[in-house]
Design a protein around this ligand. Structure first.
Ligand code: 3HC
Ligand code: NAI
Length: 706
């Protein structure tokens, strides 16, 4: 084969008898076409050059290799393919050694598996995370890994997609040596010299024998197949992984590789792969809000929280877990004690599950302090207000913060719906005020809407993004409006569900259809979990402002009037006998719904699950288009990340806007126009949706870097 000269993303350097091959392709040494060509050329050169006795492959920078170049997926393939490159590495007549540091993931680990010997230093992350992208290891990983470490360990690694440390990898035989220092180059060279001195032979993973216990290996496959079918609900690639590993047991290596390739290409073509990779890039894009480029974050050494209720306590736990100190302010000593108790309850729960020790809890709680006096916040760098959802109460809190906080302190509100511009305008330092909208439970949920009011300064926004990083949250930049991004969409798709219910679908059918789509819960289960009283209070508050011509479904109000607030009261849309969490359908609720239909003069009709989802998704997508159109969300991908991280949208579908592109925006618009014949006020097509359809464009075309 004639090859172009080695591209400079793969360099070759002779160190005595060792050809040092360095992959230098920032940011993460992904295996783009140039890297693949460079690797092939390096092996050819090593074989051709008599002075070379062994090859050492290392990665430049912080990682060995993060895997195949994800940006190439979905584009026409460019030769040479990864399997061809790896077969060439494995076939090399001179020993090839891979020295791993940082990420050695996916195709990166597969390079190492094709090499003849492997060393990794501490801090290395070894894994085959393809399944998280809707794929399976497609360059020999499903064939070489089980041959090297056995079927059970291989299945665990590939199906979980988790990262193993160097220590663990050595334990199950994935590597041969664990380097003592962090110097990958020195460690690698020393190891190669040792192997050469011992005249270590070429040793190919394809010939490794960890699958020799055939019956036990097949039993592991059967167990994994059963568990995967049960757990990986709706996911395509995990079962293909099991098929590929089975082939590693049942078939010769080359046949197994062929099957792996076939299954890999099936996964590559699947919409799930497209959805999961969209999610991968989107969750990185949201970090790049314009203000994070314009300004540096302020200090974040001491934090304050006002309010120790559900959210205040959850936020305090998130802050403590990040290793930062937090001061909690409450109205009185009793409320403060309750706030502290909420925090302790979280940690005691972890202790009970064996996930935290009493000593660690004590160390965490030592960073907590509480007070009923705002003066305790004088030194705080950032304060998050989480008191009752009432504008006047919040303004009073901000007046106190304005009085006591040091100049430059960031003043944040966790409000769900209120006008943050109005809160900011009510104090003397509006440029320091921002929204930090956490989700419940705040110590667990990953989403953080960073709500950017008109007058805020860029470094305050940058500080909010920095805080998200420290708290390991996924921040999404949102503008001020009623409900920001997430709750604004929620209100609309909830209304669509209510209308479906009043028109004839039962809440149980709607929930089941939404679950079958991939959400963990349906909308009525969510109401029962959160507490029906919360939404009821909001509806009453907004009643005066509601358009009298807008459809208003009263079913939920009828339940609340009876005190049926959901799980906490033992019944809501569902019955929860004896504190059970999985609810049972309630015939009395169905009777109430019937009565409401009659009152509203509606003759119930039946809906297929597909019709339910068309309406549910059309409502969500249309409002998503509105928030992008109004600049509340920077791009469609910000809507996607919000729904993925805060509202249980199935990740493999990429988010509502990605899903819409898959269905086709013209189809969504046609649906909305059809539904509008019944209720034109609710089903008003978003101007952005109309514009995109007219231009023949999709939401993805708007996902440029912010
Ligand atoms: N291909 C292309 N770009 C990649 C990439 C990849 N495999 N992995 C990361 N990147 C990009 C990111 O998009 C990001 O780009 P940006 O700066 O423009 O936003 C940049 O590299 C840095 O990534 P992170 O911000 O994630 O950096 P971290 O240091 O936090 O994490 C990492 C590094 C652990 C390597 C993480 O990026 C990661 O998990 N990457 C994906 C690993 C993976 O899934 N590999 C399997 C790929 S599929 C495969 O190999 C198929 C094969 O079997 C045939
Ligand atoms: P909560 O009722 O559980 O807690 C509010 C706490 O604030 C109470 O402990 C109360 O004693 C305290 N408080 C009231 N006035 C105070 C004052 N002037 N000074 C000090 N403390 C005061 O309410 P929850 O659910 O924690 O909500 C708080 C805020 O978070 C609200 O704005 C809400 O909209 C928002 N939010 C709530 C979410 C949820 O799921 N509960 C999700 C996201 C945001």
């Amino acid at each position: 084969m004639t090859l172009p000269p080695s591209a400079d993303v793969v360099t070759r350097e002779l160190h005595g008898k060792v050809l040092l091959v360095t992959i230098d392709h920032a940011p993460v040494n992904a295996l783009s076409a140039d890297v693949r060509r460079g690797l092939l050329a390096a092996i050819d050169a090593a074989e051709a050059e008599p002075a070379v006795e062994a090859v050492l492959i290392v990665g430049a920078g912080r990682n060995f290799i993060a895997g195949a170049d994800i940006r190439e997926f979905g584009k026409p393939p460019v030769p040479p393919s990864l399997p061809d490159v790896y077969n060439r590495i494995e076939a090399c007549a001179k020993p090839v050694i891979a020295a791993l540091h940082g990420a050695a993931l996916g195709g990166g680990l597969e390079v190492a598996l094709a090499a003849h010997y492997r060393i990794a230093v501490d801090g290395a992350k070894l894994g085959l995370p393809e399944v998280q992208l809707g794929l399976l290891p497609g360059a020999g990983g499903t064939q070489r890994t089980p041959r090297l470490i056995g079927a059970p360990a291989a299945l665990d690694l590939i199906l979980s997609g988790r990262h193993a440390s160097a220590k663990e990898a050595l334990g199950f035989g994935l590597i041969d040596r664990r380097g003592a220092s962090g110097d990958i180059f020195a460690e690698g060279l020393a190891y190669v010299h040792e192997l050469l001195a011992a005249q270590a032979p070429v040793r190919r993973t394809r010939d490794a024998t960890a699958l020799s216990e055939r019956a036990a290996s097949l039993a592991a496959v059967a167990k994994a197949r059963e568990e995967t079918a049960r757990k990986a609900r709706g996911l395509f690639s995990p079962l293909k992984v099991v098929d590929a590993v089975e082939a590693a047991i049942e078939q010769p290596f080359d046949e197994g590789l062929k099957l792996e390739r076939k299954l890999f290409l099936q996964c590559l073509d699947s919409p799930q792969r497209a959805g999961l990779i969209h999610a991968f890039f989107a969750e990185r894009e949201v970090l790049k809000a314009p203000e994070t480029r314009e300004a540096k974050p302020r200090a974040l050494d001491a934090l304050g929280v006002v309010g120790g209720g559900t959210m205040g306590a959850g936020i305090a736990v998130a802050v403590l877990d990040a290793g930062l100190p937090v001061t909690m302010i409450e109205r009185d000593e009793a409320s403060l004690a309750r706030g502290r108790a909420h925090i302790e309850k979280v940690y005691d729960g972890l202790i009970a599950k064996g996930r935290l020790t009493a000593e660690k809890k004590a160390a965490l709680m030592a960073r907590w302090s509480g007070s009923t006096s705002y003066d305790a916040l004088a030194q705080a760098d950032l304060v998050i207000e989480a008191v009752f959802e009432d504008l006047d109460v919040k303004k009073a809190v901000f007046a106190e913060l304005d009085r006591v906080c040091k100049p430059g302190a960031v003043l944040a509100t966790n409000t769900s719906y209120l006008d943050i511009d109005a809160i900011a305008a009510s104090i003397s330092r509006p440029a320091d005020v921002i929204g930090l909208h956490f989700f419940s439970p705040a110590n667990i949920m990953k989403l953080l809407e960073v709500v950017v009011p008109k007058q805020v300064s860029a470094d305050v926004v940058a500080t909010a993004f920095e805080l998200a990083k420290k708290l390991r949250k996924t921040p999404v930049r949102a503008g001020v409006c009623d409900g920001f991004i997430g709750n604004r969409l929620l209100a609309v798709y909830r209304a669509a569900a209510d209308a479906l219910m009043e028109d004839g679908a039962s809440p149980y059918q709607i929930d089941a259809a939404v679950r079958a789509f991939g959400f963990p819960m349906g909308p009525f289960q969510v109401v029962d979990l959160a507490g029906g009283d919360i939404g009821w209070a909001a509806r009453k508050r907004r009643a005066a402002k509601r358009d009298p011509n807008a459809r208003y479904v009263q079913i939920a109000d009828r339940l609340c009037e009876r005190g049926w607030f959901g799980q906490k009261t033992g019944r809501g849309f569902y019955l929860y006998p004896e504190g059970s969490r999985g609810g049972l359908p309630d015939p009395e609720v169905e009777a109430i719904i019937d009565a409401e239909r009659e009152r509203a003069g509606i003759t119930p009709r039946s809906f297929s699950d597909e019709e339910i989802m068309r309406r549910y998704m059309a409502a969500m997508i249309n409002e998503g288009a509105n928030v992008v159109h109004e600049g509340i969300a920077l791009r469609p991908l910000d809507v996607d990340v919000t729904l993925l991280y805060g509202y249980g949208f199935p990740r493999y579908r990429g988010g509502p806007m990605k899903y819409a592109d898959g269905v086709g925006l013209a189809t969504i618009l046609a649906d909305i126009r059809e539904f509008a014949k019944e209720d034109p006020l609710f089903w008003r097509p978003s101007p952005l949706l109309i514009e995109l359809v007219e231009r023949g464009a999709d939401f993805a075309s708007l996902n440029t870097t912010a």
